[in-house]
Design a protein around this ligand. Sequence first.
Ligand SMILES: Cc1cc2nc3c(=O)[nH]c(=O)nc-3n(C[C@H](O)[C@H](O)[C@H](O)COP(=O)(O)O)c2cc1C
Length: 378
Amino acid sequence: MTIVNIEDLRRRARRRLPKVVFDFIDGGAQDETTLRANRADFGAWELLPKMLVDVSRRSLATTVLGRAISLPVMIAPTGMSGLATPRGELHAARAAQAAGTIYCLSTPATCSIEEVAAATGEPFWFQLYVMRDRGATRAMVERAAAAKCGALVLTIDLALQGLRERDAYNGFTVPPRVTARNLLEVLARPRWIADMVRGPRLTFANFTDATSAGGGFINLGKHINAQFDQSVTWKDVEWLRSVFPGPLVLKGVLTARDAQLAAAHGAAAVIVSNHGARQLDHVPSSIRALPEVVEAVGDRVEVYCDSGVRRGTDIAKALALGARAVLVGRPILYGMGALGPPGAARALEILRAELDNTLALLGAPSPAALDSSFVRRR
Ligand SMILES: Cc1cc2nc3c(=O)[nH]c(=O)nc-3n(C[C@H](O)[C@H](O)[C@H](O)COP(=O)(O)O)c2cc1C
């Protein structure tokens, strides 16, 4: 099968991963209304090219929080990336480094902050979920600071885990459990089984003994709901700013109100995101929410955007609407699920080539050249 685009990686990942794993990566909450909107709403914008502009010299470079990156696409934090391929976080972090962009490590990752730091020697970002045990939370933030993480990304849209019904039907656990029902289907994926048997045991590597899940098969939703603090408020944003010396980024903003509160509480940037439609169903797609957030705080904080980005044209639309950069979650996991470790770099390469093509054909030789004159609502 020839791989041309991100959807090709997705199709190949679907064939290579057991259904229980593919669905965990691919699925959204409940009726997946927002999941569909994340794709469909990019289609609600058309691109308006400017012809006869000199695009012979192009660059995709930009900066985020003062750091130069060579393409305006960062890797979003995804828990349990080791399900796509063993040590998935390390491969994704190395792919970001090779592409000259930023990797964001998730709290429930299968590789630790220290392992990613040792693998890349580059300042990646760390995404935090606040745990009930504030001492353990503080210790995790201090480890991120010690590893010179360039930003702390606080995810604010997960008071509880969203209701992901594919996972409920599949009996998803960490590690995935082979049952009478899925045995044949799992056996039909021998490469994935071999990878998992040869690879290290899947664990929540950032958690110390006191906060780890212990052994056995863990229901991720139940585990998260038991460990993570549901009483987090804007006050805690200030607490985290006092604990982490670098910039704080708030991930999961969908309204002007929350964007303004984020700016007022000292966030350096916000990520317009619906968590890849994995949390509350029926919230707006992020490309729909983006303009109001940019309008509210774009002059005060940097605005990034994720959820549903699959094409260079999607990235161009987000940038034209005022995002400084986008993040991608599933494209990287599809890549690694399809091709193993090299798949993360392949996904970034596809997006880079598509964005370069888009900018050239739009008559915008760099991200900075894009503005709202390049897009129009259908
Ligand atoms: C399998 C998976 C695990 C995720 N885990 C986390 C996580 O641990 N922390 C977090 O802030 N976001 C998490 N996300 C959300 C991503 O950071 C990001 O917002 C989302 O994937 C973007 O949408 P996209 O997958 O359509 O690109 C996860 C997403 C997926 C698909």
